[in-house]
Write a protein that binds this ligand. Structure first.
Ligand code: SF4
Length: 725
C-alpha cells in the first residue's frame, strides 16, 4: 500500500513543504503540503526532480575509484574507497603542508543538515587556506557588507515582504529564485498580495525579468552600475534632508561621513553611467522614503560585479537611511529556532576578513576562505603551498567558477582528487575517488542555514522519506570517515583510529539539531518538531536590534572604512564613460526549471524548447547581421562559445544574456539526459580576473563580449578533451 510522507523540498532556499507518495521504494507523486505554515501548499516544477534524482540510473550508488586518472573508473567497496581517499589526501598534507589540499564545497551544502552540522567543522579543521566555496561565486559581497556594518557575516536582513508597501528589487529575480537569502516560498502570491493591498513593486535590472513582468515599474540599468544608482538614491535622501534613522539613530555611527562621500553622486552625474535618468532616480529615492513602509532587496546581479560589496553596502544604507532597517515592512532579521550564527561565532567558524592574502594573487581571505576565482592560480603556480590535491563536496566548480575551461585544465595537473558527489560530472570526471552519498529523500532535514533568512519565523524537521539503501552512507558519515584519516596524527594506531571513528559516528546531525533547538530562543526540541511534521509557525518577524549586533558596543557602522574608501574610489570614475566599442555586456540568468548545474539530468525539467540561448536586443542583432534562432559566436577575453540566439527587447540594448549551469559537453560524463541537452557554459566566457574588489567574488555581470554570426559550417567550439574513461 502506498504511503504518504510529509517532507521538505531541499532543492532551493524556499524549502517548500511537500507530501511524497511512495510504494515499495518507488516515488509515485510529489505535491505541495497545504498545511506547511510557510509554503501553504505551493511547490514549483522542480520539486518532481527529487523523485527523478532518487531514481536516476545515472546517480552513483557505489564509490568509484582509480589509482591512475588515465584509467577508467571501477566500482569499489566503501572500505577500499574511503581508505584510498583518506590515506592519499592525508599524505598530501603530511608531505607538502596543509595548504597543499584544497577543498571546494558547493551550494547544496546549505540545504543539507548533515553537511552543515559536520561538514563545516571538518573543512575548517583541515586548516588549509585553500578552502573555497560557491559563496565566492555568489553572496560574499552581501555577507561582507553585513559583517562590516553589523559585525557578523550572517546578519543579512531580509525583506518583510508580507507587510511592506514598496518593494524595490535590484539585480534579483525572486519570481524564479523563490527568494534567495530570503526564504519565501511562492513569491508570485506574495507579490500579488503586495499589489492587492495597494503596494508597489519596482524592479531595476538589465533584463525585463519574470519579476519585472509583475512590477509596477521596471527600468533597465546598465550591468555593473548598481552602486552608482544606489549612491545617487542615497545622495537624494541626504541632500533633501530625508534621512530618518528612527530608533536606530542613537546606535548608528558614520552617517555624516557617508553623506560627505556621497556628494559626487548626484543623479545627473551618474545617469550616463547607469542608463537611468536623473528624473527617475530622484523620483525613486523620494518614493522609497515617503511610503508608509518600503524595503530594498538585491541579490546575485548586485553581488557578482566589480562593485559588489559596495553595492551591497549601499543597499543596506538605503534601508537604514530611510528608516526601514529593523522596522516592520522593511529589512528585518529572522529569529531562528536554531541559532546557527551564534553557534558559528562560538566555535570560531566563518569569522574573519583579510587576516591573510592568497599566495598567488594576494586576494583577501574572507570568513576563512579564499575566492574560487583564484583556485586555478593556486593549482598551476609552483612553490610552497601549491595545491596538489582537491576534495570537492557537492560542488561542480568547472561549471560554476569563472573561466571554467582554465580550471578544467588545471584540475588535470593535480596529484589526487576526491569528490563527495552523486554524479560523474564536469568536475568529478577528474577524480581518483568519487564517494556518492544517499539521495535527498533518504536523509532527514532541517533548514539550519535557510531559516536564518526566512521572512517568517518557523521551525520544521522532516525525517527521511525513504530508508537509505543497505551499504549506503550519508554525506556526514563520509566526511566523518575521512576525518579519521585527515584529522588524526599520521601514525595513529589502527585500533585507535577505528575507535575514534565509531565514537564520532554516534553523534548524528539529529543529536546536534536537538541540542541547538533546546539552546535556542524558543526552547524547542527535536521531539516537539517530530510531533508537528508540517512545521511550527513562530510568528512574524520582530525588531531585533541592537541586541543581535556583533560589533563592539553593539553599534551600527554606517561608514566602514574599507567601504568608504571604495566609494571614494568610485567617485573618481563617475564621469568615465567607456568609449563605444563593438563589445556587448554579458549577464547571466536563471530559469525556474533549473538549479545551477545539477538538475539537468531530469528529463522532465529539461524537455521543451531549448533554454540555453543567448538573448540579444534586436537592434544589436541587426547591427551584427544576427537573426532570430541563428547561431552566433560569443568571445570574451578568456574563451569562446557558439550558441543559438533569441532576439528580444526584454534585454537592454548593449547587453546579452546566457543562463548559467549548462555546458555538459565534456568527455567522460555519466549524465545521459544532461549530455543530450548540453548547452554551453556561461563560465567559459566569464573572466577569473574580473572580481568584486573587496571580497574577491567572481564578477559574472558585465563581462565584455564580442558577438558575431556563426555559420553552420564553423567547427563547434568544444572544451578540450581529457583522457578520462
Ligand atoms: S521553490 Fe521549488 S525547488 Fe524551491 S523548495 Fe519550493 S518546490 Fe523546491
Amino acid at each position: 500500500m502506498a504511503q504518504h510522507a510529509l517532507s521538505t523540498c531541499t532543492l532551493c532556499e524556499a524549502a517548500c513543504g511537500i507530501v511524497v507518495t511512495h510504494h515499495e521504494g518507488q516515488v509515485e507523486r510529489i505535491v505541495g503540503d497545504e498545511k506547511d505554515p510557510q509554503s501553504l501548499g505551493y511547490i514549483c516544477p522542480k520539486a518532481i526532480a527529487l523523485a527523478d534524482l532518487h531514481h536516476d540510473p545515472d546517480r552513483l550508488r557505489r564509490p568509484l575509484v582509480r589509482a591512475n586518472r588515465d584509467e577508467p573508473f571501477r566500482e569499489a567497496t566503501w572500505a577500499e574507497a574511503l581508505r584510498l581517499a583518506g590515506e592519499q589526501l592525508a599524505n598530501v598534507q603530511h608531505t607538502h603542508g596543509r595548504d597543499a589540499l584544497a577543498v571546494y564545497y558547493g551550494n547544496p551544502v546549505a540545504h543539507n543538515l548533515g553537511l552543515l552540522t559536520h561538514g563545516l567543522a571538518f573543512t575548517r579543521a583541515l586548516r588549509t587556506r585553500n578552502l573555497y566555496s560557491a559563496s565566492s561565486a555568489d553572496q560574499f559581497p552581501q555577507m561582507l557588507a553585513s559583517e562590516r556594518m553589523y559585525g557578523h557575516f550572517g546578519l543579512i536582513p531580509v525583506p518583510d515582504i508580507d507587510r511592506t508597501q514598496y518593494l524595490l528589487v535590484i539585480g534579483a529575480n525572486p519570481i524564479v529564485s523563490n527568494g534567495s537569502i530570503m526564504t519565501a516560498p511562492d513569491m508570485r502570491r506574495r507579490i500579488q498580495d503586495l499589489r492587492a493591498r495597494g503596494g508597489r513593486l519596482v524592479v531595476l535590472d538589465p533584463r525585463r525579468t519574470e519579476t519585472a513582468e509583475l512590477a509596477d515599474e521596471h527600468h533597465f540599468v546598465r550591468p555593473g552600475t548598481d552602486a552608482f544608482v544606489l549612491a545617487s538614491m542615497l545622495h537624494v535622501l541626504v541632500q533633501e534632508g530625508r534621512v530618518r534613522l528612527g530608533p536606530l539613530g542613537p546606535i548608528t555611527d558614520g552617517v555624516h561621513a557617508v553623506g560627505r562621500a556621497l556628494l559626487p553622486f548626484s543623479p545627473d552625474a551618474t545617469a550616463s553611467q547607469t542608463g537611468l535618468s536623473a528624473e527617475v532616480v530622484t523620483r525613486l529615492a523620494r518614493d522609497f522614503a515617503s511610503q508608509s513602509s518600503s524595503v530594498a532587496y538585491g541579490r546575485l546581479g548586485l553581488c557578482t560585479q566589480e562593485h559588489g560589496t559596495l553595492a551591497s553596502w549601499l543597499l543596506q544604507l538605503l534601508n537604514l537611511f530611510a528608516g526601514r532597517l529593523d522596522a516592520v515592512g522593511g529589512a528585518m532579521f529572522t529569529k531562528p529556532a536554531f541559532d546557527l550564527l551564534g553557534l558559528l561565532e562560538r566555535v570560531g567558524v566563518g569569522q574573519g576578513f583579510d587576516r591573510w592574502r592568497t599566495r598567488v594573487r594576494g586576494l583577501r581571505e574572507i570568513a576563512g576562505e579564499s575566492p574560487v576565482a583564484t583556485l586555478a592560480d593556486e593549482i598551476e603556480t609552483p612553490g610552497r603551498g601549491q595545491v596538489r590535491a582537491l576534495l570537492t563536496i557537492a560542488g561542480n566548480p568547472v561549471l560554476s567558477a569563472p573561466n571554467g575551461q582554465r580550471l578544467d585544465r588545471a584540475l588535470r595537473g593535480l596529484d589526487f582528487v576526491v569528490c563527495v558527489d552523486s554524479y560523474l560530472n564536469e568536475t568529478t570526471r577528474h577524480a581518483n575517488v568519487i564517494l556518492p552519498p544517499v539521495s535527498q529523500l533518504e536523509r532527514g532535514h532541517y533548514d539550519l542555514a535557510l531559516q536564518v533568512f526566512a521572512v517568517r519565523n518557523g521551525a520544521k524537521y522532516s525525517p527521511p522519506v525513504l530508508q537509505k539503501s543497505p551499504g549506503s552512507l550519508h554525506d556526514w558519515e563520509i566526511l566523518t570517515h575521512l576525518s579519521a584519516w585527515l584529522l588524526l596524527p599520521k601514525h595513529t594506531p589502527e585500533s585507535l583510529r577505528t575507535a575514534t571513528l565509531s565514537a564520532a559516528l554516534k553523534v548524528t546531525p539529529e543529536h546536534i539539531l536537538d541540542a541547538g533547538l533546546r539552546a535556542g530562543p524558543y526552547k524547542l526540541t527535536l521531539d516537539s518538531l517530530r510531533k508537528n511534521p508540517h512545521g511550527i509557525d513562530l510568528g512574524a518577524l520582530t525588531p531585533r536590534l541592537p541586541s543581535i549586533l556583533g560589533t563592539p558596543r553593539k553599534r551600527i557602522r554606517a561608514a566602514p572604512p574599507r567601504c568608504l574608501s571604495e566609494l571614494s574610489r568610485l567617485a573618481v570614475t563617475v564621469h568615465d564613460l567607456e568609449p563605444a566599442s563593438d563589445a556587448l555586456l554579458l549577464v547571466g540568468r536563471r530559469h525556474l526549471r533549473s538549479n545551477n548545474s545539477w538538475l539537468h539530468n531530469s528529463h522532465r525539467l529539461v524537455k521543451g524548447p531549448e533554454r540555453c540561448v543567448l538573448l540579444v536586443h534586436p537592434e544589436d542583432a541587426l547591427r551584427r547581421g544576427i537573426t532570430d534562432k541563428s547561431l552566433a559566436t560569443v568571445k570574451s577575453r578568456v574563451g569562446e562559445v557558439r550558441v543559438r540566439c533569441a532576439l528580444t527587447d526584454e534585454i537592454m540594448k548593449g547587453v546579452v544574456s546566457l543562463p548559467h549551469g549548462w555546458g555538459h559537453t565534456h568527455a567522460g560524463l555519466r549524465m545521459g539526459v544532461a549530455q543530450a541537452h548540453a548547452g554551453v557554459s556561461l563560465n567559459d566566457l566569464t573572466d577569473d580576473l574580473q572580481l568584486d574588489r573587496l571580497s574577491g567574488t567572481a564578477g559574472f555581470s558585465a563581462v565584455a563580449v564580442v558577438v558575431s554570426p556563426a555559420s553552420q559550417q564553423d567547427p563547434p567550439v568544444l572544451p578540450s578533451e581529457a583522457p578520462h574513461e
